[in-house]
Ligand binder design. Sequence first.
Ligand code: CTP
Ligand code: MG
Length: 235
Amino acid sequence: SRTAVVIPAAGRGVRLGPGAPKALRALNGTPILIHAVRAMAASRAVSLVIVVAPPDGAPEVKTLLDDHALPERTDFLVVPGGDSRQESVRAGLDALPPGIDIVLVHDAARPLVPVDTVDGVIAAVREGAPAVVPALPLTDTVKQVEPAAAPGDAEPVVATPERARLRAVQTPQGFDRATLVRAHETVTDNVTDDASMVEQLGLPVVVVPGHEEAFKVTRPLDLLLAEAVLARRRA
Ligand code: CTP
Ligand code: MG
């Protein structure tokens, strides 16, 4: 079986604050996207990486990939993304060549995921799961709230799900190719991950262990954490 990775990297990174699109910002002097691409290409099972660039940024991203050392055994494609993560992933799926039967979707914003996590996801898909998500237990208790009655009002709590049964889901998420393509053709609601679209098809999604270092760079504090993780790796 051949495995490809789609890396949605077309987001602006609003929560990180003003600046270049998040995937193009530097982490330790190297763009976040390049870290993410290297993390995926580190798996010997990955033969193709499709990067979904900001809508007007595909030429710049192509140049970036050419300018950084990447493994020879992996092929790279760049396509322009869309206004939502879902549209961007779909643009990546549309670029898949024949002969790929396993597809991973990995956020560019998770530059430090260890290769063992990537390989664990691929192994679970190879063993027959149509969809696989890496996940970790939560440390915070989670409350479900109602929207505030008026702007400025407090949000009433309506429920507290049992924390032990909740999981924080990361990427790469792994899929049987045909399943993921069908999910993207069928499900039109706005979702925040790809596996939830497969759930909506009524197909099983299985969880494998995630990793602390697969956290998403979302807010400024996450950049500090990422720098610290890289410093620890070098030590
Ligand atoms: N993404 C994408 N296309 C979009 C929106 C998001 O490819 N239209 C990608 C981002 O580049 C990121 C991943 O989806 O790698 C996860 O999204 P998120 O962390 O929310 O990134 P942004 O949308 O860029 O950040 P923000 O929501 O703070 O603007
Ligand atoms: Mg976003």
